[in-house]
Design a protein around this ligand. Structure first.
Ligand SMILES: Cc1cc2nc3c(=O)[nH]c(=O)nc-3n(C[C@H](O)[C@H](O)[C@H](O)COP(=O)(O)OP(=O)(O)OC[C@H]3O[C@@H](n4cnc5c(N)ncnc54)[C@H](O)[C@@H]3O)c2cc1C
Length: 400
């Protein structure tokens, strides 16, 4: 279905930024028959934005908010459909285990621990799950060294996404459906003029379209200006890979492991997550907070001291048979809003421009369904999955 051609428009929709969100949007728009072009300043998938580093956790009962659950569930279906079209693994359904130490649950208001919010979302949306006590966790997962009274929530339907392959698959599907994909095409500005949108590339070339989607991740604030430059801020995050000890009893357990999210205290920093071993390497990460840094000036170096801090703060004493010397690390970018929820909405001053900022550290698992929903909104005027939770107006409502 065509979006409806303006008098000057060459494209129905131009999608700016082809990471997790943009590739999915381009793919869904192309599949709907729209004439679309996707632009990326780099050659997506690449390792300079928010969508690299091998893997991302996907789970269905989203403790961060009930509005995310339909997106997570639908995204898993889309990854499966896409996987069937190609020859790369996209979604490894290894299960997802959430672990919670007693301090995590007891030192917060009742029901506020992440595991409790996850359980509430699972019950509300009918997501199949198991609750595990300490003995069950120890019996099933010897790779985790759990203290007494650690509680577990396990979701068998979930696991991890192979991120670079997911983006390749979306871009491939988009191109097969007729989309133009333009790497190394940095957009310098995008604005609405009368009944169309003008996208200007860094080399001065101007492209006209009926609508535009800005899914520029950590660069969106700079490209869009107000109000996004005050709502979106970028922080540096680091992912770490450690080897499992060769010949260790739990080597097999590590290769069969579910993904895990572990809250081992009530402090903001008492949290880390990880993945099964791939090629003898276990990937783990925590979250860094602090002042935002413009995407182009983020420090990409990953000194071994970063990984040693990670090991000492989280891995040591909790993960069995992981060697302390890091194998590899990579910096990645979170783009966060003041309330950590996404922005998926029209630009307030340029209503033909749709802003899709699906970041804040938990966006990949939802990206496929976000792309589909944004495409439905642009082609049919509304999406089947309700996106109103992600509207910009919530920030105006909370202003003093
Ligand atoms: C360390 C880390 C761990 C994470 N773990 C998880 C997890 O386990 N589960 C989960 O669901 N999510 C996770 N996330 C979050 C998730 O990865 C992100 O929410 C998601 O990848 C964001 O996708 P995006 O499309 O918004 O941004 P990106 O993928 O960065 O895409 C933005 C694209 O826009 C392009 N671009 C920018 N400016 C321009 C311009 N001017 N012109 C043209 N192109 C431009 C960039 O080159 C880039 O390709 C994690 C993120 C990080 C950093």
């Amino acid at each position: 279905m065509r979006v409806g051609r303006g008098s000057n428009a060459v494209y129905d929709v131009i999608v700016i930024g082809l990471g997790a969100a943009g590739a999915a949007t381009l793919s869904a728009l192309a599949a709907s028959g729209a004439r679309v072009r996707g632009l990326d300043r780099f050659n997506s998938p690449h390792a300079l934005g928010s969508s690299h580093g091998q893997s991302r956790i996907t789970r269905q009962a989203i403790g961060e908010g009930s509005a995310y659950v339909p997106l997570a569930v639908r995204s898993q279906q889309i990854w499966r459909e896409l996987e069937a079209e190609g020859d790369e693994a996209l979604f490894s359904q290894v299960g997802c285990l959430i672990l919670s130490d007693p301090e995590d649950r007891n030192e917060r208001p009742p029901g506020q621990a992440f595991i409790d919010r996850t359980l509430a979302a699972a019950r509300e949306h009918g997501v199949a799950h198991e609750l595990l006590d300490t003995d069950a966790i120890r019996g099933r997962y010897p790779q985790f060294v759990v203290r007494d009274e650690v509680a577990g929530y396990f979701e068998a339907s979930s696991g991890f996404l192979h991120v670079e392959a997911c983006i390749r698959a979306q871009l491939g599907r988009a191109q097969r459906a007729g989309a133009e994909v333009s790497p190394l095409s940095r957009v310098a500005s995008v604005r609405q003029e009368a009944d169309h949108v003008v996208t200007t590339l860094a080399d001065g070339q101007k492209l006209l379209s009926q609508r535009a989607v800005v899914s520029a991740g950590a660069w969106a604030a700079g490209l869009l200006g107000p109000p996004f430059d005050t709502l979106l801020s970028t922080t540096r995050q680091v992912m770490h890979w450690f080897s499992t000890a060769a010949g260790a009893e739990v080597e097999g357990a590590w290769s069969r492991s579910p993904v895990f999210i572990w809250r081992h205290g009530s402090g903001r920093d008492d949290f880390f997550y990880g993945f099964p071993s791939l090629g003898g390497q276990v990937k783990v990460a925590d979250e860094a907070y602090g002042p935002g840094v413009p995407a182009d000036t983020v420090d990409r170096a990953t000194p071994a001291s970063d990984s040693r801090r990670m090991f000492d703060a989280h891995v040591q004493g909790r993960l069995q048979s992981i060697l302390p010397e890091p194998s590899f690390a990579a910096a990645c970018l979170y783009t966060v809003t003041p309330d950590s929820h996404f922005i998926i909405d029209r630009h307030p001053d340029h209503p033909r421009i749709e802003v899709v900022s699906a970041c804040s550290g938990h966006g990949f698992k939802h990206a496929a369904a976000i792309g589909e929903a944004v495409a439905e909104k642009l082609t049919h005027g509304a999406s089947r999955i309700d996106l109103s939770f992600f509207a910009l107006s919530r920030f105006a409502e909370s202003a003093p």
